[in-house]
Design a protein. Structure first.
Length: 750
């Protein structure tokens, strides 16, 4: 542990620095050196924010101090820091190193990364204000100046309290005004001190404790292996592969207990969608101090949690992607549940993959990392096969619960009976299940009523004015919506292309599915869960609670219901169409299809009755669908890996996607050609074939928010080469005005 602890301490001469290195929230690779004014020496430390003159107008700009030194970098005259913004560093030395790594790997500015990883609430110090605290002067030092009777009473209340007190509470207990209290200070009977305090700590509902389960041999082997790495403080990654219900969470819980014993902290990342009260409860039932960081937190609460985490008062931090940057001072373990989920990749700058950043944090702080999944990403699977990470398997469900029976329904035969969402087989299965007092989940990954509005005479499909995306009809809103830019349009009475009044609504969304289900089964209780009906977290919790209590027979919805939920009485899951993900132009389409069916299937058979899953598809012979119906991850991997290898896709080659955007289509096309040519021109510096450039071509969403988008890809076996090529290619780059480009390193969507 020694090395690790030393690495966390700032170097001894840190206070002596006379020069500060500062980075700004700009896409710049370099840091800037400033002189530290005499009165700020010792106050400017790495990890604090400062104000410094920056840019053309030398405007005072907020930046992050990332280092201080005694030696000036150059002989030229330096500008000086204007102000220090923080009392204490917001980032530890280890978080500074982590963010630097992110900036280098994901090719963006260090200042951009720092700005992104610090929550807004922390930067704003939400919920805190300066408060004056009074303390009595010790008896021997009290002055001559006499107190009035009222002031005497106030002074006695302060002594009785035996702790620093605020003006307000003293005034209350002595039943006097604030002036009377302030006089204690001016007369020299009390000293005052200003401190930042939180106005309102959140109150949590009490919880019933739960005891650890006796582990089965597979779980025990996993907990032993992980426990060893925790105790030895080793940066080791484990892939915990086990179907839903195989006891992965129990393995996390018992591993975390080891970390708690050592007085260290654990960060648990789960997809935002799985951050349900049920998930959170399982952790709160085992550990005293759990902090949950979810997107519905108020700024006040978020800042409050952040402060407690930074003081080491929290044992377990649970949250979505960004919880990875929780300021744990003595980290002992990182867990990523459902590690294959695409939401672990951030789609705005910095475009990081939490899985890879977690591995880096684990190396920097010498702590193990657990990646858990029923359907591991192919990246993690290959790493395990090549023994770069250690595979731990939980091959069975706990207590020998059987896996659900998965059957496909061939919709090519069903379709002729009309454009219904539910096939006859699925309809009968719903009736059988509900009549036997079981519950049903119906999954459809498209919200809205109709997903295509089309003219049968000319074939025109209504699309967004700002994006090259077809519009979705939302019946309740009576509007056409663009699911990419959220623009709304009136429902047309005629085709916007040929003007004929015949319009067809095709493609079924959850809104229409709900209408069909309530019409088919008027006596069953049905609820819909998608981002249209679930605008607030309390609403979401309410529906889930009603479902758990058996007050709802059929729960239908989008991926919101596909993940993480655990309801023992769900005996039937219907996948309304397994084909939505299949036709997207993405080399990961099969992987997504497989994962989705496996996930959804995991929602049933969690009680004693074996569950049943019906998968409706027009492609019953699709290898990914076939493998998913057999619960056969290995079969899927063996089908998919050779294709990835042959075409040079991840997990074999790593990718970078360069996107060029402009308001004018021709400008975008031209700029993308120039940029791709610059990349190609640099290729001669690399071993033949080590790096490849493919494209440019229009991006799959060729127009988004009024910008035309072109893209090209860089493939390479070695990520470092790809990075080097990017740096060479964009050196002194001048693109035509109004064009922007983004490099997406290890992109997750095309
Ligand atoms: P997963 O995270 O893989 O879906 P869980 O850890 O949630 O699996 O386990 C599924 C259920 O089985 C939970 O209710 C859990 O409490 C229970 N469970 C887990 N391990 C054991 C065990 N060794 N003995 C009995 N029950 C267990
Ligand atoms: Zn749009």
């Amino acid at each position: 542990r020694k090395l690790f602890d030393e690495a966390k301490l700032p170097p001894e001469d840190e206070d002596a620095g006379l020069y500060a290195q500062v980075v700004f929230n700009r896409p710049l690779r370099e840091s800037f050196t400033y002189a530290i004014p005499v009165d700020m020496v010792g106050k400017i430390l790495a990890g604090k924010r400062v104000l410094a003159p920056f840019g053309r107008g030398n405007n005072r700009t907020t930046g992050f101090c990332v280092g201080v030194s005694e030696e000036p970098p150059t002989t030229q005259k330096l500008k000086s820091i204007a102000a220090v913004l923080d009392e204490a560093p917001l980032l530890t030395p280890s978080m500074l190193r982590l963010t630097k790594w992110i900036a280098d790997y994901y090719a963006c500015g260090w200042g951009q990364v720092l700005d992104a990883v610090l929550p807004h609430a922390v930067k704003q110090r939400s919920g805190t204000r300066w408060t004056v605290f009074l303390q009595p002067v010790p008896e021997e030092k009290r002055p001559e100046a006499k107190l009035t009777a009222k002031q005497q009473r106030a002074f006695e209340s302060l002594i009785d309290l035996k702790r620093p007190a605020t003006i307000k509470e003293l005034a209350q207990s002595a039943r006097c005004g604030a002036d009377c209290i302030k006089a204690l200070v001016t007369k020299g009977w009390a000293t005052s001190e200003r401190r930042r305090v939180h106005s309102r700590p959140p109150v949590l509902a009490p919880i019933v404790w739960d005891r650890p389960r006796a582990l089965n041999p597979h779980q025990k082997a996993a907990v032993d292996a992980i426990g060893g790495a925790i105790r030895d403080g080793i940066a080791k990654t484990f892939l915990l592969h086990g179907v839903t219900g195989s006891g992965k969470t129990e393995v996390y819980l018992q591993s975390i207990a080891e970390v708690v014993k050592l007085g260290r902290e654990t960060i648990v990342l789960v997809p935002e969608i799985s951050l349900t009260p049920q998930t959170i409860e399982r952790f709160r039932q085992r550990f005293d101090e759990v902090a949950v960081l979810h997107s519905h937190l108020s700024d006040v609460d978020r800042h409050w949690h952040w402060q407690r985490i930074a003081r080491g008062e929290v044992q377990v931090v649970i949250g979505a992607r960004s919880a990875l940057f929780a300021p744990c001072p003595n980290l002992g373990l990182i867990v990523i549940d459902e590690e294959h989920e695409t939401t672990f990749k951030q789609e705005t700058t910095p475009r990081y993959q939490a899985r890879d950043v977690a591995a880096q944090r684990s190396r920097l702080e010498n702590v193990p990392l657990i990646l858990g999944s029923a359907t591991p990403s192919l990246e993690s699977w290959l790493a395990a096969r090549q023994r770069r990470i250690e595979l731990l398997s939980l091959p069975e469900r706990v207590e020998n619960l059987p896996m659900p029976r998965v059957t496909t329904v061939d919709m090519r035969h069903e379709y002729r009976s009309g454009a219904r969402a539910l096939s006859g087989v699925l309809r009968r299965a719903v009736i059988e299940t509900v009549d036997a007092k079981g519950q049903v989940i119906l999954f459809l990954n498209r919200r809205g009523f109709s997903t295509t509005i089309l003219c049968p005479s000319c074939g025109h499909v209504e699309s967004c004015e700002h994006c090259e995306i077809s519009l979705t009809f939302h019946k309740k809103l009576d509007r056409l919506l663009c699911h990419f830019c959220d623009a709304e349009f009136p429902v047309p009475s005629r085709c916007s292309s040929c003007g004929l009044p015949s319009i067809r609504y095709a493609g079924i969304g959850t809104e229409r599915l709900e209408e069909e289900v309530t019409a088919l089964f008027p006596n069953y209780r049905c609820a819909r869960m998608d981002s249209d009906t679930m605008r607030s977290a309390p609403h979401y919790d309410k529906v889930l609670t009603a479902f758990r209590r058996g007050e709802i027979d059929i729960l239908l919805g989008t991926q919101m219901i596909a993940k993480g939920l655990d309801f023992p009485n769900v005996h039937l899951v219907g996948v309304v169409t397994a084909d939505t993900g299949r036709n997207i132009p993405d080399f990961r389409a099969s992987e997504r299809t497989f994962q989705l069916i496996a996930q959804v299937a995991g929602r049933t058979g969690r009680g004693q009755t074996p569950g049943r899953v019906l998968v409706q598809t027009f492609n019953p012979d699709d290898p990914a669908i076939l493998a998913a119906t057999k619960h056969d991850y290995h079969r899927f991997v063996n089908e998919e890996m050779p294709t990835r290898k042959e075409f040079g896709y991840p997990p074999f080659d790593s990718l970078m996607r360069v996107i060029v955007r402009a308001k004018d289509e021709e400008v975008a096309r031209h700029a993308s050609k120039i940029l791709a040519a610059r990349f190609r021109a640099c290729l001669s510096e690399f071993p033949p074939g080590a790096v490849r450039v493919l494209g440019p071509a229009p991006a799959p969403v060729a127009k988004l928010r009024d910008h035309y988008r072109m893209h090209f890809q860089v493939h390479s076996r070695q990520p470092a080469l790809r990075q080097k090529l990017l740096e060479m290619a964009i050196k002194d780059l001048q693109l035509p005005g109004d064009t922007e480009f983004t490099a997406d390193v290890d992109p997750i969507s095309m």
